[in-house]
Each structure stands twice: as structure tokens, then as C-alpha cells.
Write a protein that binds this ligand. Structure first.
Ligand SMILES: C[S@@+](CC[C@H](N)C(=O)[O-])C[C@H]1O[C@@H](n2cnc3c(N)ncnc32)[C@H](O)[C@@H]1O
Ligand code: SF4
Ligand code: SF4
Length: 386
């Protein structure tokens, strides 16, 4: 299906929830509210060995939470406000019980409206039937689903970044099958995601042109370093952006703003990334994880977000106790003061955006200006968020 149709459905679902969202958002400033956004890294086992992510070094199937354990963890009213679920890893499709996992989340998350899955697509014989079953299940249950295959270069560059032989060809098979599935599934948004850094910088424009020629929706990730999510803090010194990458990426993001609709989630993210590169990495976009998010890792370790301290382990202590614990909530206040102001995480940032009406309108005005004259970008820089 077209991305526009999906977007309209998503907006319709979101708009229906706006009055409640606004109340919740206001309440979240005075008291802790239950999570509405949830990321589950279901395994660190992986079928690639990427240069910018170290999750593949942490794969250990024996440590992965089982479905039975997950069902016990999720069997609580605590989870009943979650609307957006993202399943990532590691490589989610290495878990043969992934379809049953999605069914479990559907049973245990009564307010869930949208599921996102990131995949390498590198094992098409396994991934295609599995993802097809998941997409069809979501259709039956009236859930929106978004799947992205990661592509970090066209042809050989992809194989070099991911250290997988014939990786681009394998991922392309999954992409083709998913595109065909999306064409008959109005609730399914399919696309690709790219992470650009020094190694594949020169391929960024090729990826963009290739995706366009194939009619593929494409998201560029901003390079970042986080141990809770990518185990890659130790890569920062070596592959973090230097001035060449910063200059290229700022212009590249502004080009994307010029090209995208100002109403697209991507445009919102790209403008804020360009802001952060220009302003010395002061965050200018909101984040739902500051007040209403959770991240669960494969061994049951729970975090407020990809940069928070560990709250505890859900196999030992109920998630609600960890989330609402005084020490943990104090830790979240410290995180907001000390870490959020320079954090690059994009996780579910559009959820936050929609719930903050005034900043969103300000963004639309800025994006409109930058779209028509990118050289005015610096004049439009907003104040960092607190
Ligand atoms: C961690 S992977 C997990 C799912 C799956 N293994 C994959 O590669 O799509 C999720 C997304 O994070 C992106 N990613 C990897 N390293 C990154 C980094 N250092 N900064 C930003 N995004 C990164 C990947 O390209 C992918 O699109
Ligand atoms: S980016 Fe994805 S495929 Fe690459 S190592 Fe990390 S988890 Fe594995
Ligand atoms: S540290 Fe980053 S991901 Fe965590 S709440 Fe703050 S802005 Fe969000």
C-alpha cells in the first residue's frame, strides 16, 4: 500500500486519541503515568556483523526471555496503556517464535495501535513467511504494522558494512516480497532504513536514488552510540562523526526536508538532526520516553530508555514496581537533566511530537521556511528542549 494511505490511517487513529493524549501528557508533568510506548529487543542473536553496532557480539539464545516468561511479565494492568510497540534486536526473525510473540502482545496490550519491526531481511527463506504471517495477523486484528529492512549501501557497500556475503541480494529478496505484500495490505507500511557514517557516506545519495527508483519509503537513521540498544559506546571514538561527516549530513538532512512533505515524520526528525549538528548537539526535539516509555532487553533487563540506568530485571521484580519505584523515578529526573539535553535518540519521536501541539506548530513554520530556502536554517534554530 502507499505510504500516504498508511499515514492517513495512522493520523486518523492518532487524532481519535488526541483529547486523551493531551490529558495524559498534562498529567505526566505532575505525576508518573503508565508507559504508552514500548521497545522490546527480543534477542541479541543476529545474522550480520555490522561495523556501527555491536549487538551481534552479545547474541546468546539461552539468555533470551521465553514466551512463557514474557507472558507472565505482560500479565498485568500495568501494560494496558501501551499504544506503540517496536520489536527490534539483534535480528528479530532469528526468533522462530516471533509470530507467536506478536500474538502475545496483541492479547496483553489492549490499547496497542501500531507495531514496528526492524529486520536485516538477510535470511529471506525464514523472514518472508514469518513476516507475512505477522502482517496478515495484524490485518485480521485491525493493527497497523510497519516493517523496515536495513540497507546501508547499494550492492557491495551494504555487504561491507554488514559483513555478509551477498547481503544486498538477500535483503533485496525480502524487500521485493514485502513490497508485494504491502501492495495488498492497507494496514502495512513497508520501507527501508539506512545508517550513514564515514564508511558509507559516499553511498548515501546512491541509496536514496535506488530507493526512489524502486518506490521504497526510506528513513535515514542518525548515527548514535548507546549500550542499552546497540552495545556500541566503545565505537564512538573511532567512527563518530568528524567535521566531514557533520557537514555532509547536515546538508543531506536539509535536502531531505526540502524534498519531504512537512507533515511527514521523517521531515520532523531530519530538521531536528540538522539543528543538532548545527548547534553543538543540543536536543531540540521532544521524546516520549522522558515520561511514558519503556525498553525491555532480551534477558529481562528493564530501562526507561536507551540511555537510562537499568531499572532492574522483570524476571525478578514486576515491571510496575521497577517503573514506579522512587529511586528509579528520581533516576529519570536526573536523566532528563543530564542526558536528554544532548541525546540523539529518534525512538518514537513522532509520538512525542503529536502530543506537543505548540512546538509542533512551530516546527511546521520552520520546516516551511527551510524547505523554501535551506540557507535560512541557522536563523530558524529553536531553543534546546529542557
Ligand atoms: C539495531 S538494528 C536491529 C534490527 C535489525 N538487526 C536491523 O539491522 O535492522 C535497528 C536499526 O538500528 C540501526 N543502527 C545500527 N547501528 C546504528 C547506529 N550506530 N546508529 C544509529 N542506528 C543504528 C540499524 O541500521 C537498523 O536500522
Ligand atoms: S544493526 Fe542490526 S544487523 Fe547489524 S549488528 Fe546491529 S542488530 Fe545486528
Ligand atoms: S535520554 Fe534520550 S531516549 Fe532517553 S528519555 Fe532522554 S531524550 Fe529520550
Amino acid at each position: 500500500m502507499s505510504t500516504d494511505t498508511f499515514r492517513l490511517r495512522y493520523i486518523a487513529k492518532s487524532v481519535a486519541g488526541v483529547p486523551k493524549d493531551l490529558v495524559q501528557s498534562a498529567v505526566s508533568h505532575v505525576t508518573a503515568i503508565k508507559p504508552t510506548v514500548f521497545i522490546f529487543n527480543c534477542t541479541w542473536v543476529c545474522d550480520a556483523k555490522c561495523e556501527m553496532c555491536n549487538n551481534w557480539k552479545w547474541g546468546n539464545r539461552k539468555e533470551d526471555i521465553t514466551l512463557e516468561q514474557l507472558d507472565t511479565v505482560m500479565n498485568s494492568d500495568f501494560w494496558n496503556q501501551v499504544e506503540n510497540l517496536n520489536i527490534s534486536g539483534g535480528e528479530p526473525t532469528t526468533r522462530l517464535d516471533l509470530p507467536e510473540m506478536v500474538e502475545l502482545f496483541h492479547r496483553r496490550l489492549p490499547r496497542m495501535r501500531k507495531i514496528g519491526i526492524n529486520t536485516t531481511g538477510l535470511t529471506p527463506a525464514r523472514a518472508i513467511p514469518m513476516l507475512t504471517r505477522i502482517v496478515d495477523f495484524c490485518g485480521e486484528k485491525n493493527l497497523l504494522i510497519s516493517i523496515r529492512v536495513s540497507i546501508d549501501g547499494v550492492g557491495d557497500m551494504h555487504d561491507q558494512v554488514r559483513n555478509v556475503k551477498r547481503g544486498f541480494d538477500k535483503a533485496s529478496q525480502t524487500i521485493e516480497a514485502m513490497q508485494a505484500l504491502a501492495a495488498r495490505s492497507p494496514h502495512f507500511q513497508f520501507g527501508i532504513a539506512s545508517t550513514i557514517f564515514s564508511k558509507n557516506l559516499d553511498d548515501a545519495k546512491n541509496i536514496h536514488a535506488w530507493a526512489k527508483s524502486k518506490g521504497l519509503d526510506l528513513v535515514f537513521n542518525m548515527l548514535r552510540f548507546t549500550d542499552n540498544m546497540l552495545h556500541n559506546r566503545d565505537l564512538e571514538a573511532e567512527i563518530g562523526f568528524k567535521s566531514r561527516e557533520e557537514k555532509f549530513m547536515r546538508d543531506f538532512f536539509l535536502d531531505r526536508v526540502a524534498e519531504e512533505s512537512v507533515f511527514s515524520g521523517q521531515s520532523f526528525m531530519y530538521l531536528h538532526y540538522a539543528d543538532m549538528i548545527a548547534n553543538g548537539y543540543h536536543r531540540t526535539m521532544p521524546c516520549p520516553f522522558q515520561r511514558q516509555g519503556l525498553l525491555l532487553n532480551p534477558n529481562g533487563d528493564l530501562f526507561f530508555c536507551e540511555n537510562s540506568e537499568k531499572l532492574g530485571n522483570v524476571l525478578e521484580t514486576p515491571a510496575a514496581e521497577l517503573y514506579f519505584g522512587k529511586t528509579q523515578l528520581d533516576g529519570r529526573e536526573k536523566l532528563k537533566r543530564e542526558t536528554c539535553p544532548t541525546c540523539l535518540s529518534p525512538c518514537q519521536v513522532n509520538v512525542g511530537a503529536m502530543k506537543q501541539v505548540v512546538p509542533y506548530v512551530q516546527f511546521l513554520r520552520r520546516a516551511y521556511k527551510v524547505k523554501h530556502d535551506p540557507s535560512r536554517h541557522l536563523d530558524t534554530l529553536p531553543k534546546p528542549v529542557r
